[in-house]
Design a protein around this ligand. Structure first.
Ligand code: HGY
Ligand code: MN
Ligand code: MN
Length: 417
């Protein structure tokens, strides 16, 4: 493509098809054959990086993998004092994931540079594929984007289910954890743009291909343990039991009830481990996770306080002990007004609604947005489905995102001149 395609130019469709083909290609980089599962610095991530390197090389980009495992490709501006626009998303996935959550945002960053291949820009562009946003392997999300804002050091000793630390995972991948500081974005960052599937039902319900993100909901992620007494399932009368699972179940339902009765609050217990886990043994211990989110931090924090009080009450009534650990809290993050206004201008210029949406899903933009101006563009999620192998995206919506994204980069170039 020598110049940017015009609106109905079939080149947009070709570019969008190439992006989707690249997502399909990356889906093959998995820990579990037949599924898409790619966690922090697992072996298949090497394959994902290698595939992206091929496209980046074709675009003449310099690529590297930083000490946090982030894949990074830079297109340098001819302007010596240029600032840097970062375009990115994450390359890790949840277990048995879809092919677009995170990955699409990295690939579309390259697609936008392809669309503007012949257009000199007054700013550098760095496309980043973050190494860990989901928090699956270590129970702590955003390791990759924390490294870019310089706050990943405190995570190096966190351990995974096998007792391996983040630092060891970095070393095992072939990276030098001693250079983690070099991963931090230095210099003059113009801002951060993330394109991502909505992962929810709003755009589809409003028959819109794209959405302008105004803010990202805050979230609390905890692990809780309820401890009772394992005993014989056949000989122990009900009145003498201290069943950790029935207690944990009461807590799970309490979380659901609170969220159902609090507008805008979502509460999820996504993982629950029952020990010792035998059918004829009364559960002695249950370990579970709690994911709590809301667009207003005070509502989320108050809900969390109420749930922890209920956990204590449930435990007391049932003769259980319990512990809880806050694994992560991210505050609700408004997107940057100026950068978002430019994205809104690009949406309108391309004939799209610019009605804003709040993201219930967390994104790397929550971290980058703490330090630099951040903006997000959503693509419609058919069926509102995500974190599921049937997660999808529509070719025309990808074309629309490329047209709006290219327009945004041009508008930003005019501002940056
Ligand atoms: O869980 C989330 O909010 C995101 O998909 N990591
Ligand atoms: Mn996700
Ligand atoms: Mn994501």
């Amino acid at each position: 493509m020598t110049t940017s395609p015009t609106v109905n130019d079939p080149a947009w469709s070709e570019l969008a098809q190439r992006a989707l083909a690249c997502c399909a290609d990356l889906a093959a980089c998995t820990e579990v054959p037949g599924q898409i599962t790619r966690t922090f610095l697992s072996a298949p991530m090497h394959g994902a990086h290698a595939r992206l390197d091929v496209w980046a090389a074709d675009l003449g980009l310099d690529t590297q993998v930083d000490a946090a495992g982030n894949w990074r490709a830079t297109r340098r501006s001819p302007r010596p004092d240029a600032r840097t626009l970062v375009i990115g998303s994450h390359l890790d996935t949840v277990p048995n994931a879809g092919a677009y959550d995170g990955v699409l945002g990295v690939v579309l960053g390259l697609s936008l540079l392809e669309a503007l291949r012949a257009t000199p820009l007054p700013y550098h562009v760095e496309v980043v594929g973050f190494s860990e946003e989901e928090g699956v392997r270590f129970g702590v999300p955003f390791i990759g984007s924390r490294a870019l804002i310089g706050t990943a050091d405190g995570l190096l000793q966190v351990t995974d289910a096998q007792g391996k630390t983040v630092a060891q995972a970095i070393t095992d991948y072939g990276l030098d954890v001693g250079t983690l500081g070099d991963a931090q974005l230095s210099g003059d960052v113009l801002g951060y743009l993330e394109l991502h599937i909505e992962q929810g039902p709003v755009l589809e319900a409003e028959a819109r291909p794209l959405g302008l993100v105004e803010a990202i909901a805050g979230q609390s992620r905890l692990s809780l343990t309820f401890t009772g007494k394992a005993n014989h399932a056949g000989t122990t009368p009900m009145r003498l039991r201290r069943d950790a699972l029935t207690g944990a179940s009461a807590f799970v339902l309490a979380a659901e009830t609170l969220a159902q009765n609090t507008p805008g609050l979502v509460a999820t217990v996504g993982s629950l481990i029952v020990l010792p886990g035998a059918g004829n043994v009364i559960p002695g211990e249950v370990q579970l996770t709690l994911d709590l989110r809301h667009a207003q931090d005070e509502v989320r924090r108050e809900a969390l306080a109420r749930l922890l009080a209920q956990a204590g009450q449930i435990a007391e009534e049932r003769g259980l002990s319990w512990t809880s650990e806050l694994r992560m809290e991210e505050l609700a993050t408004p997107m940057n007004p100026a950068l978002t206004a430019l994205l809104e201008q690009a949406l309108r210029a391309e004939g799209h609604s610019a009605a804003a949406v709040v993201s219930g899903a967390g994104h790397d933009a929550m971290l980058l947005g703490q330090v630099w101006p951040a903006a997000m563009l959503f693509l419609r999620s058919p069926g509102g489905l995500s974190h599921h192998p049937d997660e999808a995206v529509l070719l025309p919506d990808v074309e629309a995102a490329l047209q709006v994204g290219t327009r945004f980069l041009r508008l930003l170039a005019e501002e940056a001149r």
